[in-house]
Structure formats: structure tokens, C-alpha cells
Write a protein that binds this ligand. Structure first.
Ligand code: KMH
Ligand code: ZN
Length: 280
């Protein structure tokens, strides 16, 4: 059954430098303002990476807790912390992200080349993330950068059971150099592979860079949801840098409305994903 559209905003990421992308929200105040404005436009989930005082990516525990608290206080958004961090982050720090007890956390389902780097996600590490999230009632979003990651997810769920909340939600991150391409045919292949996962599994998709729009259109037409934001997209159109995350969310909302699948409210999104109501 086709539903409304879950819109996730990923406003910052760990890859872009503030010096090169001045509109990137990097302070807590900037993140909070972005979060409020994106929620007002139709976003229901925020996928969060944070920066330190030198605007480098950080997984500092105090800052993560402060960020979760501020987003909960200032918005109704579902707060999803990245456990992926930056490619240089050690596993222990990535696991410790869960100590900040967000509503959701990302869980990448395998290792891949990531441009010139390697994004390392060993099987035992994935199992640790999944089982600790089960114990703490944190709902995972499984990040799928390649088709084999869905096979790994099937294995994970078969051996260790369903995630907290009982619902499986994946995000196809497409167009990373080293992962699946951001094309309609790759999205259709990934969508078809979901048949091997529990019934009712939902998916979002995000296309990096110039694959943003093709992936958005393909996802909507396949019944999928959308993740947009400056983590993945810093050029709005040829020769036009993105001015703000709000610009990207507004475009996604417009596409969703054209598809007659308007944005889900935050309450509807909690229902879909199995995330407890705000203020638990
Ligand atoms: N920054 C990438 C290496 C996630 O947030 O879980 C990993 C990433 C995935 O962004
Ligand atoms: Zn991320």
C-alpha cells in the first residue's frame, strides 16, 4: 500500500568542509534553526552528524547528548544520530554514539570503498550496533550502499532478530564512488531485493550529488521515501550551489506532493518506523 512520504533531512554530514560549503550548518544553533525550519516544511526525521569548534566532524559524547536534548526540546523531529561518523572514526567511538540515546541511529550494513577512502563496517561491529540498539530501544535505519548490504541485513535479522520497534527500515545511499550507482535501474534492483526481508520493510533513498533528482523520482514512483540534505547534495542545479537545507527539503516536499504522496507528519513517521512517541 502506498503511503505518504517520509522525509528525512541530513543537513551536515562528515564529508564537506565549511570553508568550501559556507551554508553548511555546523554549530548547534545553526543545526537547531535548520531542524525547526525543515520540520515546518515537512521533514519528520533528522539524520545528525556534528562538528567541533574547528568545524571538524566529531563524535564527542557531551556534544552528542547536548544535540539530542536540544533537538528534542526544540522540535518534534525523530532524532537519528549517525553511527557512521567520518571514515576515520574508530569503532569504539561509533558504538558510543548509542550512549546519547537518540530515537534512531544509522547502521551501515557493510564495508565499501568511499571515494578514495574505505568505510569500514565489519560484521562483528554491525552485530554489536544492532544488538546494543535492541537492548536500548533505539530504532535503527540500516544504510544500504550496495546490493550485498541487503543480503547482510537478511543474515543479521535471521541470526539476531528484528530491531527495536519491530519494523525494518532501510535507506539506499546511492551514487557513492564505491557503492551502487544512483540510477533508476539500481534502485529497482534494490527495491526488488527487499522481498527477502520481513514483510512491510520500508525504504528511503538518497542519491549523492548529481544522482539526487533521478533517485528521488525513482524512489517516489517505487513507493519509497526520501532523504535529502547537504550531507549528500551541495549543488542544487548545474552551476548553482545549494543555499540551504530548507531549499532541498522544499524541493522534496514539492516532488512528494506531485506524486500525491504528501509528507508524513512526525507522529505518522513515528507510527511507521516504530519509534515511541516524543517525550518517552
Ligand atoms: N560519513 C560516512 C563515512 C552514516 O551516517 O551512517 C558515513 C555516513 C553513514 O554518513
Ligand atoms: Zn550520515
Amino acid at each position: 500500500m502506498t503511503t505518504g512520504t517520509l522525509i528525512t533531512v541530513a543537513p551536515t554530514g562528515a564529508e564537506s568542509a565549511k570553508a568550501e560549503v559556507p551554508a553548511l550548518p555546523v554549530t548547534l544553533d545553526e543545526l537547531l534553526l535548520t531542524a525547526k525550519e525543515c520540520e515546518a516544511l515537512g521533514a519528520a526525521v533528522i539524520h545528525v552528524h556534528i562538528r567541533d569548534d574547528e568545524v571538524r566532524p566529531t563524535l564527542d559524547q557531551g556534544r552528542l547528548r547536548e544535540t539530542v536534548a536540544a533537538l528534542r526540546e526544540g522540535t518534534d523531529l525523530i532524532v537519528q544520530l549517525s553511527s557512521g561518523g567520518a571514515v576515520t572514526d574508530p569503532e569504539a567511538d561509533r558504538l558510543a554514539v548509542l550512549d546519547a540515546v537518540p530515537d534512531m541511529a544509522s547502521c551501515t550494513m557493510g564495508t565499501l570503498n568511499f571515494g578514495d577512502d574505505v568505510f569500514l563496517n565489519r560484521w562483528e561491529f554491525i552485530v554489536d550496533l544492532h544488538t546494543r540498539m535492541q537492548e536500548r530501544g533505539i530504532v535503527p535505519e540500516y544504510e544500504i550502499f550496495d546490493l550485498g548490504h541487503l543480503t547482510a541485513l537478511q543474515r543479521l535479522l535471521g541470526k539476531y532478530g528484528l530491531p527495536a520497534g519491530g519494523h525494518v527500515h532501510v535507506d539506499f545511499v546511492m551514487g557513492v564512488p564505491g557503492g551502487m550507482p544512483g540510477t533508476t535501474s539500481a534502485l529497482v534492483a534494490a527495491h526488488q531485493a527487499l522481498r527477502d526481508l520481513p514483510e512491510g520493510t520500508t525504504f528511503s533513498a538518497t542519491g549523492i550529488g548529481r544522482s539526487t533528482i533521478p533517485v528521488m523520482l525513482a524512489s517516489l514512483s517505487a513507493g519509497g521515501h526520501l532523504r535529502v540534505g547537504m550531507e549528500d547534495t551541495v549543488t542544487y542545479a548545474k552551476g548553482r550551489p545549494v543555499e540551504s537545507n530548507m531549499q532541498l527539503v522544499a524541493r522534496a516536499v514539492g516532488f512528494a506532493q506531485l506524486a500525491q504522496r504528501p509528507p508524513l507528519t512526525t507522529a505518522e513517521a513515528r507510527g511507521l518506523l516504530g519509534v515511541p512517541a516524543a517525550g518517552r
